[in-house]
Design a protein around this ligand. Structure first.
Ligand code: COA
Length: 137
């Protein structure tokens, strides 16, 4: 049976693989220490879908002024079985339980299939932005 639970540091290598396979792994952001630091004070802000302790998917929740769900990824061998949907639902429940009344996601503007996936889950399109970032050196 698939279970959604909080991420544990021992899940890291499986989560890293799943993020890599989903094209969502950025070493500077998603390293083991950064994930540990994130869950130190908010243990329910990284969640995983597991079956017999095998990690099937993951998701990162950012409960802040403008709440976000990031890094939704499911191992390719377990896609199209509703795991992604379960992770999204749990992420939304977690934000609701913290008093938030909305959630945001960022989807690549050329990935129409993924946009449709989220639309089916009740997400509406906002403006299109360009991602900009700065590394602190
Ligand atoms: C996007 C992603 C997380 C979706 O995960 P997933 O577990 O396959 O998603 P779900 O199973 O919940 O839904 C996928 C489809 O399978 C369908 N599905 C659900 N249960 C099913 C079942 N038992 N049998 C067949 N299809 C099923 C869903 O209805 C959905 O189809 P639809 O879009 O036509 O409605 C996954 O494709 C992924 O990891 N992609 C790469 C990373 C990525 O792009 N992440 C998003 C970053 S914004």
């Amino acid at each position: 049976m698939i279970q959604i639970r909080n991420y544990r540091p021992t899940d890291f290598s499986q989560v890293e693989d799943i993020l890599k396979l989903g094209g969502l792994f950025y070493e500077q952001i998603d390293n083991a220490r950064a994930l540990e630091k994130k869950i130190e004070h908010n243990p329910d802000t990284i969640i995983v879908a597991v079956e017999n302790e095998r990690v099937l998917g993951t998701e990162v929740i950012v409960p802040d002024f403008f709440p976000f769900i990031f890094r939704l990824a499911v191992h390719p061998a377990f896609r199209k079985k509703g795991v992604g949907r379960q992770l999204m639902q749990r992420g939304e429940e977690i934000l609701r339980s913290k008093g938030y009344e909305h959630v945001n996601i960022l989807v690549a503007s050329n990935d129409l299939e993924l946009q449709e996936y989220y639309q089916k889950q009740g997400y509406e399109k906002g403006n299109t932005y360009t991602w900009m970032y700065k590394e602190f050196k």
